[in-house]
Ligand binder design. Structure first.
Ligand code: COA
Length: 374
């Protein structure tokens, strides 16, 4: 059996940024326009009036201050309210593959590897821009990587489930070095016309290089173990899919074709699952909470992370023990915990332990216990 390590990570950050204030101005203009256009139905009680959003609410409810997106013009146009990402011809690299390239290049550079060293590419994300061919195979070809590639989707837990998959293959010897890539264009499945959630998501791509410990040439983290868990829930759901055309009314502008969640229930139900999951994972490895130097948590909500950090460590974590990036990036689905890891792991001392943990739709939870290599 080989020992898997994470030897590199990289982040692609889109060029467009939207502050809460910009977002709220656009949403409120859209709501005013909607209320005017539907004034008679609203006054007859047939339609509810759309209420305004507010930056203060967004910061208080989520801790989010801004988000990066692939296109802000459509999102901020009250007559459009979604990103405009034109279809590319089939010979041009697809948008997810393009995002992946920059994140992979940075991760490979950090690992001191070239694409030719890679023999597995997993694109693990909440949404994939087409059914087939796999985006991962396109990324493999554009990079010039060897071996094989495939896509997988476990919503917000895609990255950690991908890391478990790659780690297990490295342990077993079926691959030597892997790239796990998470291109998340959450702006395309977010319902920007719904004030309950319009602030939640942003776009990004992260990449992680995993390889055999015996091959590593740069500072790295040994993957001590991984643990994945799923428990079915409809509280985060998106009904879009290939059966849409075949269903009566399926092609209409329907709310359930975008991200839907019962946020309060998610909050209440997921928190205990996640803190129990991390504690039982480290216990099974003989690790005590006070041995953890860092928690790189999923980045959905600051209050959620504060709660999990306190439950796991048994005290309020210091900011450096549980770094948040959601104030800058918002929720980037599976990529969030990997952004936190990529930006806040260089200072960890050899021998120190940390946990990457993601959680979300499914429900799904994935944790990766890491030890800084010598
Ligand atoms: N601006 C102003 N007020 C708003 C608003 C907005 N943008 N959105 C909602 N409100 C109002 C609501 O209408 C509600 O008003 P009411 O009390 O009069 O009914 C009030 O603010 C509270 O709304 P609620 O949705 O209950 O807020 P919340 O405190 O639960 O925060 C979330 C909402 C989504 C931030 C929070 O539930 C959450 O983070 N849940 C988990 C998210 C998560 O992890 N999802 C995983 C996705 S992968």
């Amino acid at each position: 059996m080989h020992t898997p390590v994470i030897s590199g990570s990289g982040v692609f950050t889109p060029a467009h940024v939207i502050t809460n204030d910009e977002l709220v101005v656009a949403f409120n203009a859209y709501a005013d326009r909607y209320n005017l256009e539907n004034a008679s139905e609203i006054s007859a009680g047939d339609l509810p009036e759309k209420a305004h959003s507010s930056s203060d609410f967004i910061v208080a409810a989520s801790g989010i201050h801004q988000r990066f997106v692939m296109d802000k013009t459509g999102i901020l146009d009250p007559g459009i309210m979604h990103p405009i990402l034109p279809q590319r011809d089939d010979e041009t690299p697809s948008i997810m593959a393009e995002m992946a390239l920059e994140a992979c290049t940075k991760a490979l550079e950090k690992a001191g590897k070239t694409a030719a060293d890679i023999d597995l590419v997993i694109v693990a994300a909440s949404n994939l821009e087409r059914a087939y061919p796999a985006v991962a195979i396109e990324v493999q070809a554009l990079l010039g990587a060897n071996g094989f590639a495939f896509d997988m989707n476990v919503a917000c837990s895609s990255a950690t489930f991908g890391i478990q998959t790659a780690s297990d293959m490295i342990r077993a010897g079926s691959v030597r070095a892997a790239l796990v890539v998470n291109p998340e264009i959450c702006s395309a499945h977010l319902e920007w016309r719904d004030r309950d959630c319009h602030f939640i998501f942003g776009d990004v791509c992260t990449a992680t290089v995993l390889e055999r410990k015996s091959d590593v040439t740069t500072p790295h983290f040994e993957v001590l173990s991984t643990k994945c868990l799923t428990q079915f829930s409809n509280n985060i759901r998106n009904n879009n899919g290939f059966l849409r055309r075949s269903r009566p009314g399926g092609m209409q502008d329907r709310r359930d074709m975008q991200f839907m969640q019962n946020g309060r229930k998610v909050f209440k139900e997921v928190l205990p699952i996640v803190s129990r999951h991390i504690l039982s994972h480290i216990e099974s490895e003989g690790v005590k909470p006070d041995q953890l130097r860092r928690l790189w948590l999923h980045q959905a909500n600051k209050a959620m992370n504060d709660f999990i950090g306190k439950k796991v460590l048994g005290r309020v974590p210091e900011p450096h023990e549980q770094p948040n990036i959601l104030q800058d990036y918002a929720n980037t689905s599976s990529a969030g915990s990997i952004i936190a890891f990529a930006k806040h792991s260089d200072d960890i001392a050899p021998g120190d332990l940390g946990v990457i943990c993601s959680f979300g739709a499914g429900y799904s939870v994935g944790s990766v216990l890491l030890k800084r290599g010598a």
